[in-house]
Design a protein around this ligand. Structure first.
Ligand code: DX5
Ligand code: ZN
Length: 219
């Protein structure tokens, strides 16, 4: 059976104690830390930028899985890399040249992800699938935690998994939004390798991080 990874979104953490929450995630079985960066323009919400990520870096050895919901994205890539991002994921709509942005991230020795919104087709990333490390499938419209899983994206995960098999590619499939103990199973069944979760990890079972992360990994 394949190993499922969980990338908890700190959007649902206690923002006055982010460092401590990140430490607790590491101690309780998280595989990486999902950092949602929002600009109030590409998405209708504002979150955190490079200085906050930099200040959090010393709290964990886990990879920072940085999800950039900012437009334009290209000119800010180096800032997030310098701040300590390990995986840098961007939305194709937010750059004028997808290939240049991929190459920039690679030149900084970081892993590259492309994120597909619920209404964005695989074709938006298809020609680049051999060059990237992961595809982040949005299962909600980005902007806020706590939304309901959009079922239609399951087909997109299945199609992507099929393409991956046919072309013998190695990118991971990550899913983000509305992941709970039921939708996690549907997603993994469809081909997902990495589950992002904010609300479920931090709020279920009175915030029992260990139990919630463990349960998400059980399929
Ligand atoms: C949405 C963010 C997600 C979100 C996940 O724009 O990208 O990471 O916070 O949160 P839940 O698990 O609450 O849907
Ligand atoms: Zn995210």
């Amino acid at each position: 059976m394949k190993k499922i990874q969980v990338s908890p979104s700190i959007l649902s953490a206690n923002f006055s104690k982010l460092g401590e929450d990140i430490k607790r995630l590491e101690q309780n079985g998280a595989d990486m830390i999902h950092v949602d960066v929002m600009d109030g323009h590409f998405v209708p919400n504002l979150t955190i930028g490079p200085p906050v990520i930099k200040s959090l870096r010393k709290y964990t050895k886990l990879p920072f899985d940085v999800h950039l919901m900012i437009d334009p994205v290209h000119k800010y890539i180096k800032d997030y890399s310098d701040a300590g991002a390990d995986i840098i994921t961007f939305h194709p709509e937010a750059t004028e040249n997808i290939l240049e942005t991929i190459n920039l991230i690679k030149s900084l020795d970081k892993k590259v992800g492309i994120s597909l919104n619920p209404d964005t087709e695989i074709t938006a990333a298809e020609e680049h699938l051999d060059k990237i490390d992961l595809v982040l499938i949005m299962s909600v419209y980005p902007g806020f935690g706590g939304q309901k899983f959009i079922n239609k994206v399951v087909k997109k995960v299945e199609d992507l998994d099929q393409i991956r098999k046919e072309r013998k590619l190695n990118f991971k499939i990550e899913i983000d939004g509305g992941i709970n103990f039921e939708t996690s199973k549907i997603a993994v069944e469809a081909g997902v390798d990495i589950l992002v979760s904010g609300t479920t990890v931090f709020k279920e079972n009175n915030g029992d991080l260990k139990r919630n992360i463990k349960t998400l990994k059980q399929i």
